[in-house]
Design a protein around this ligand. Structure first.
Ligand code: M6R
Length: 609
């Protein structure tokens, strides 16, 4: 949700900033802007639209500068136009600021500043920031920023430049991510690593409340609460290849095709066949607590919430621990009853989702142990949880989550195996699960070779339908939810996911000869019940696209289209049944000519409420 980037050093700042913005564009893409510090003024350019439009607008028309900041926006306050785009400045244009987050009390601050004579030009919350810095500035940018921050309620990642302090860049954060990359006589700061790794692999993660004053050859960090902080430099292993499209038309397609490889990464070193158990070192110190938990609450948003639902089914059936799954945004604002013996697990691909981060903090405030299932190493959620499991999916750039979902499900498969074995499963059953888990990456690989032709055909047939229904039961009910979410977020076709049996309690009214219904009907414990649900659809002339188990020739006779997936254990089927639904959503969106990786109104990580 908004990408910010800042540069100070020996290189051409514009180059670093624009290439950084391209890499951060998946975070928000409705407008973009840049501010460069020159000898006499702050050069400013802001445009509505994509980074490429900013790039075109300034090409060959920018001054030389070695300090600057830039922004790619996902609008919250103020429509996406040139004026509301960042950077924002003060009355005299001596300070420029880029911001990721929301200043919740901006109306009060604006009134206060207007009374003092400040003039505002935009409808944004952000504009109060440079004005407040201007108000408090007394020859020291870092002090003015610290003082201004003490007035803000809300979240922010900020980068600030000032005409009066031309040799430094000041950055700070509260609730929004910010990473500082350290090069040789240069620093590049950004919302995430993607904008940094072509410059350096040495990074410093700022903590909430930290303010950094950065010069080309040194930096100073202070915590607003605790005073000076010694910078901790970490080395990152992310490679450029991982964040490039590598010949695929879209990141989403690349990420779908990466799934066999990333699942091997998710399980690598975590299975012990001899003992029929999984090993999860990240939570090693909490295993007994988990084993003896009276209740587990899984907290997440969006696709991660769907993975949490599958986790609930897995943990309850394999380990017999009661599990609930909560939306982060609901959990954080109600009064959760967290008795001793309750463990919370927050799930997040980005590790920066504002509601999930707030829910984590709320759970901790109630004294709960909070574990994480996270993808982005070093992210806020990964750092604030008591312990956690990384899913090892690598950078996910496509806004529609695919490989992270798979890796989250696999992580729950490992966790439920571990807890199941510690509580009730015999070793042989553990070994059967391990065998089935090990087969999954190859099974997905084969599907990726077999399915695309068939799914493209289906996508061509159905691309102009306005509504879809997705049905599944048991472990595959959350897959139906996720299939529907994928379709609506990238193709803008209305789609609903339902537990198949719930259909007759309402959604059945939607079914007629124009309604495609995607039904996951694999040969699991409730197969016969799903077949009855299919009959109910067919009786009303709905079009059934079934995902079935290979070899189920009977099913083929009862449906209009069938996609087969190989056999596995019931609780592992979601890892296979989601694949055709991801591909179907992708090809429908692509045939509709839509921007699959940057769907309208969305952003990759939702760092505002
Ligand atoms: O980074 P997180 O897993 O916390 O993100 C949660 C949701 O915002 C995310 O899954 C969203 O629903 C995706 N666009 C789904 O494709």
């Amino acid at each position: 949700m908004c990408g910010i980037v800042g540069y100070i050093g020996k290189d051409n700042a514009t180059r670093a900033l624009i290439s950084g913005l391209y890499r951060l564009e998946y975070r928000g893409y409705d407008s973009a802007g840049i501010a460069l510090l020159t000898k006499d003024n702050i050069f400013l350019k802001k445009v509505a639209g994509r980074v490429s439009e900013l790039d075109n607008a300034i090409r060959d028309r920018v001054p030389d500068a070695s300090i600057g900041i830039a922004h790619t926006r996902w609008a919250t306050h103020g429509v996406p136009n040139d004026i509301n785009a960042h950077p924002h400045t003060d009355c005299e244009k001596r300070f420029a600021v880029v911001h990721n987050g929301i200043i919740e009390n901006y109306r009060t601050l604006k009134k206060f500043l207007e009374k003092k004579g400040h003039r505002f030009e935009t409808d944004t919350d952000t504009e109060v920031i440079p004005h407040l810095i201007e108000e408090f500035y007394d020859n020291d940018l870092m002090s003015a920023v610290k003082k201004a921050c003490s007035y803000f309620k809300g979240t922010y990642g900020l980068a600030i430049i000032s005409l009066a302090n031309p040799d430094c860049l000041v950055v700070t954060r509260m609730g929004s991510p910010l990473v500082i990359g350290k090069g040789k006589d240069e620093y590049i700061v950004a919302s995430d690593l993607a904008a940094i790794i072509s410059y350096t692999d040495k990074v410093i993660y700022l903590n909430d409340g930290d303010v950094a004053e950065i010069h080309p050859d040194r930096l100073r960090i202070e915590s607003r609460e605790f005073g000076p902080v010694a910078p901790e430099i970490e080395r990152v292993t992310l490679s450029l290849e991982q964040i490039e499209r590598g010949g695929y038309k879209h990141f989403m397609l690349k990420e779908i095709y990466e799934q066999p490889v990333i699942l091997r990464d998710t399980i690598r070193g975590r299975l012990n066949y001899e003992e029929g158990i999984a090993r999860l070192h990240g939570i090693a110190n909490y295993i007994e607590k988990l084993r003896d938990a009276e209740r587990i609450i899984i907290i997440a948003c969006g696709t991660s919430w769907h993975a949490g639902l599958i986790g609930e089914y897995m943990i309850e059936s394999l380990a017999e621990i009661p599990v609930e799954v909560e939306y982060s945004s609901e959990f954080r604002y109600r009064r959760p009853v967290l008795k001793k013996g309750t463990i919370c697990i927050v799930v997040s691909q980005s590790g920066e989702t504002a509601d999930t981060l707030a829910a984590l903090r709320e759970a901790k405030r109630h004294g709960a142990t909070v574990l994480g299932i996270c993808n982005v190493v070093g992210s806020s959620i990964a750092r604030e949880t008591d312990a956690g499991i990384y899913i090892h999916a690598g950078p996910e750039i496509g806004v529609a989550s695919t490989k992270a979902f798979m890796a989250q499900i696999m992580t729950f498969a490992l966790l439920s195996l571990l807890l199941g074995r510690l509580r009730r499963l015999p070793v042989d059953e553990g070994r059967d699960i391990i065998n089935a888990i090990r087969r999954i990456p190859d099974q997905i690989q084969s599907l990726l070779e077999e399915l695309p032709g068939q799914i493209k055909e289906l996508a061509r047939t159905f691309k102009d339908h306005r509504n879809f229904l997705y049905l599944g039961r048991g472990y595959n009910f959350p897959v139906a939810l996720e299939g529907a979410l994928k379709l609506k977020e990238i193709s803008y076709i209305h789609a609903e996911g339902y537990p198949a049996a719930e259909m007759k309690h309402g959604p059945i009214a939607l079914i007629d000869k124009n309604m495609p219904v995607v039904v996951i009907a694999i040969k699991d414990a409730i197969y016969d019940k799903v077949i009855s649900n299919i009959e109910e659809i067919r009786t009303r002339q709905g079009i059934v696209i079934a995902v079935g188990s290979e070899g189920d020739s009977q099913l083929k006779k009862n449906v209009d289209h069938i996609i087969y997936v190989p056999k596995t254990l019931d609780h592992l089927y979601p890892l296979l049944t989601i694949l055709p639904l991801q591909l179907l959503a992708y090809y429908i969106a692509d045939f509709r000519g839509l921007d699959v990786d940057k769907p309208r109104n969305l952003a990759k990580s939702v760092t505002v409420e």
